[in-house]
Design a protein around this ligand. Structure first.
Ligand code: UDP
Ligand code: UDP
Ligand code: UDP
Length: 460
């Protein structure tokens, strides 16, 4: 093909379909903006109602900031099981969307120009993907976690039949990967009736029918795992895995710096956040406060007291003692509002991140070369914490257990925070990770090449 032919080929029209929760919405908003700025026509499908206020405000603000991106809204059929295996409203919303996607079929086939591809969140892939495939529209799936967790889940889902899903041994041995301890598997996966387990395992069964899997990771960050996946060593039936991270923040994530940070010394502040949907117990929150005080470090702490933001109506003073706030007022700040995390991690004052290792947070830390003290709480987060350690971005104190498993004392927290903040070797290695992340998005960088390759493959 000549350059002239290439210029005459039409840019693709791509529909993107996120599911529920900010951890799933954010990569889609970023990807929508990234594809639109690379001349793709984009339709973003939004399911109503959303679970959290953060989702609905981000969605409205996104369409205002990107007027050229089309919106396809659809109402989900409410889902309230009589004997739920989980009360997690985000998981229940995944299921509600799964049970409503048939409503999208006529809408998809009537879009103009006709769709070149759809991009589905993994949590709704097994219901949405077949509809797109029936309409002969290729489907890509966004996997919103690490390549390492993808390997684990696809291996469990596709290589072991449900009846023989047994976990007696210490490790899961996956070809091409370092062993994954059984203790890293999310606890609900051991209960095949649990909605979280069924969402993970049943959606992975669609993957062989997808055109590709899009991952918010990059070659140098998880190279061994990405190679094992793409060489067919993990499973021969998987489609290509496309590492296109770290995804670029959208316009919504920019601006609004915290002036307090500007007054702090370079690398002196520890940032603490457990993502958009994790609330610790009151006792653990108090110990964490003690720990930050004991560490002697300056801190910026984003505190959540409920899983869904609309339930979060407690004042700071009701959660933390007045005396704590008084004693630490010159050294740290605690916020309960939504913050622009990308901007915070980009700030030179930040020297470390105490994180639950939600994958978005991990990739944001990687993008800015910020050392991580991993404190995984649920789900994929232990496997992600392993990926963080393997890449040299951070350390994980395994004895702290899953969220709520034990009360981690302030003394332990304070000591580990101080250790992370003064670890020069870790800081240098994290800086190198940031450098590698930057290179992945230079012209002809690994992620840039992969995304441009995907777009090019969809031109007609
Ligand atoms: N890769 C990818 N999707 C694919 C094929 C490859 O993301 O469909 C990744 C692969 O993991 C590798 C990088 O892109 O890290 C370069 O791929 P390849 O080995 O094909 O390199 P080439 O020889 O084409 O330069
Ligand atoms: N986030 C943010 N401000 C907040 C809380 C969260 O910007 O106050 C963002 C964070 O940067 C990340 C996402 O929300 O992009 C949370 O996703 P992650 O995968 O880290 O964790 P989850 O919330 O899914 O547990
Ligand atoms: N949880 C979470 N993120 C995850 C997985 C679970 O926030 O990725 C929450 C889950 O919704 C529940 C709590 O953590 O409220 C304990 O979760 P677990 O996964 O053990 O299952 P459940 O309590 O629903 O049986």
């Amino acid at each position: 093909m000549t350059d002239g032919d290439d210029l005459r080929r039409k840019p693709p029209h791509i529909a993107l379909f996120p599911s529920a929760g900010m951890g799933h919405l954010t990569p889609f908003l970023r990807l929508a903006a990234m594809l639109a700025s690379r001349s793709c026509t984009i339709t973003l499908i939004t399911a109503n109602p959303t679970v959290s206020a953060a989702e609905s405000t981000h969605i409205s603000a996104f369409f205002s900031a990107y007027p050229r991106i089309n919106r396809l809204e659809f109402e989900t059929i409410p889902y309230s099981p009589t004997n739920p295996t989980t009360d997690d409203p985000f998981f229940l919303q995944f299921e509600a969307i799964n049970r409503s996607v048939h409503l999208l079929r006529p809408l998809l086939s009537s879009l103009s120009p006709p769709l070149s591809a759809v991009v589905s969140d993994f949590a709704v892939a097994s219901s949405f993907g077949p509809i797109a495939n029936d309409l002969s529209i290729p489907t890509y799936v966004v996997w919103p976690s690490s390549a390492r967790f993808l390997s684990l889940i696809t291996y469990l889902s596709l290589s072991i039949s449900e009846n023989s899903l047994k976990f007696g041994d210490e490790n899961v041995e996956i070809p091409g990967l370092s062993p994954i301890p059984v203790s890293c598997i999310p606890p609900p996966v051991f209960n095949p009736n649990h909605l979280f387990a069924s969402i993970l395992l049943s959606n992975a069964r669609f993957f062989p029918k997808a055109k590709g899997l899009l991952l918010n990771t990059f070659d140098r960050f998880e190279s061994e795992t990405i190679d094992a996946l793409n060489n067919g060593r993990v499973l021969s039936c998987l489609p290509p895995v496309h590492p296109i991270g770290p995804l670029e923040p959208s316009e919504l994530e920019k601006g609004h710096r915290l002036p307090w940070l500007d007054d702090q010394n370079v690398g002196s502040v520890v940032y603490i956040s457990f993502g958009s949907r994790t609330a610790m117990s009151k006792d653990q929150i108090r110990e964490l406060g003690n720990g930050l005080e004991i560490s002697g470090c300056a801190f910026l702490w984003v505190l959540k007291t409920s899983k869904v933001d609309t339930d979060d109506n407690e004042e700071l003073q009701e959660v933390l003692e007045e005396s704590f706030l008084e004693r630490t007022k010159n050294r740290g700040i605690v916020v309960k509002e939504w913050v622009k995390q990308e901007e915070i991690l980009a700030h030179p004052a930040i020297g470390g991140f105490v994180s639950h290792c939600g994958w978005n947070s991990v990739t944001e830390a990687a993008r800015h070369g910020v050392p991580v003290l991993a404190w995984p709480q649920h789900g994929d987060q232990r496997v992600n914490a392993e990926a963080v350690e393997r890449a040299g971005l951070g350390v994980w104190v395994r004895e702290w257990g899953w969220g709520g498993e034990r009360l981690v004392r302030g003394e332990e927290i304070g000591e580990k925070v101080r250790e992370m903040m003064s670890d020069r070797e870790l800081r240098n290695r994290a800086r190198e990770v940031g450098e590698e992340a930057r290179k992945a998005w230079e012209l002809n960088g690994s992620s840039e090449k992969v995304l441009m390759g995907v777009i090019d493959g969809l031109k007609t």
